[in-house]
Ligand binder design. Structure first.
Ligand code: GLN
Length: 245
């Protein structure tokens, strides 16, 4: 189980959300508080962020522990953004290592991450994969369960599904894989969609910002916990809305 986070709000240096808070994502990499599978998230990391006037986000990812990457700290200090998504990875047994398997995954203006697993992958997910055109399967960043879930989500987005609907549909479909854990997180820099399906998920929303994260990064009382089995849609105009899956 990995940990992930998405932020929308006034532009801030990435570190103010990712590593400055007492229980930021960089600390969650080695001491998560609510993680139920895996103990440390040292098998990769990534951050994707949106710059003004550019709908396509930039990314920086790595294959090892986030604290061992000097560039992550540099970017955290010097990049300011009003929309970003970051993740730290604890590879599921049987999944390949490497930077290509580290979230966030990107397609056009979208960034995506997955906390969880499809047990028995790949054989157990053959039915899921069969619904995708072969070109999409061949274009997976890495042969992992998360990349397959991303391809399924992107397929729906490209066919016009609103983000929270795309997420909910993929969770429904993938829940047919017995024991699947399916916390998905998606943003286009203007809205966030996420699911809580097998792992912890929290959010925090103020007048000018919203954060959706696997777990709170501090003890601020405005954090709220998502009920397992829901899909969440958030943006700066409407705040956070959750719907049972
Ligand atoms: N199963 C995915 C992977 O191996 C996600 C990992 C996780 O949530 N721990 O990359």
């Amino acid at each position: 189980m990995c940990r992930h986070l998405a932020y929308l709000g006034p532009p801030v240096p990435l570190r103010t959300v990712l590593s400055d808070p007492p229980h930021g994502l960089t600390e969650q990499a080695w001491r998560p508080r609510r993680q139920t599978h895996g103990t440390m998230n040292v098998d990769g990391f990534g951050v994707g962020w949106y710059a003004p006037d550019d709908p396509v986000p930039a990314r920086h990812r790595g294959a090892g522990p986030v604290w061992a990457d000097p560039t992550f700290a540099e970017l955290g200090r010097s990049v300011r953004s009003g929309a970003f998504l970051a993740a730290v990875r604890s590879a599921t047994a049987g999944m390949p290592p490497g930077v290509a398997a580290a979230a966030p995954f990107r397609g056009g203006r979208w960034l995506f991450s997955h906390n969880g697993a499809l047990p028995g992958f790949p054989a157990g997910a053959a039915g899921l994969a069969a619904s995708l055109p072969v070109e999409r399967l061949l274009a997976l960043d890495a042969p992992t369960d998360s990349c397959l879930l991303w391809a399924l989500t992107l397929d729906r987005l490209e066919r016009g599904a609103p983000p929270a609907e795309a997420v909910a549909e993929v969770v429904h479909e993938a829940a047919k894989v017995s024991g699947a854990r399916l916390n998905l997180l998606l943003t286009d820099g203007r809205s966030i969609a996420a699911s809580a399906a097998g792992a912890s998920l929290s959010w925090r929303a103020g007048a000018d910002h919203v954060v959706v994260a696997s777990e709170p990064y501090d003890d601020d009382p405005t954090w709220q916990d998502a009920t397992d089995g829901c899909v969440l849609a958030a943006d700066l105009d409407h705040g956070v809305e959750t719907t049972p899956l």
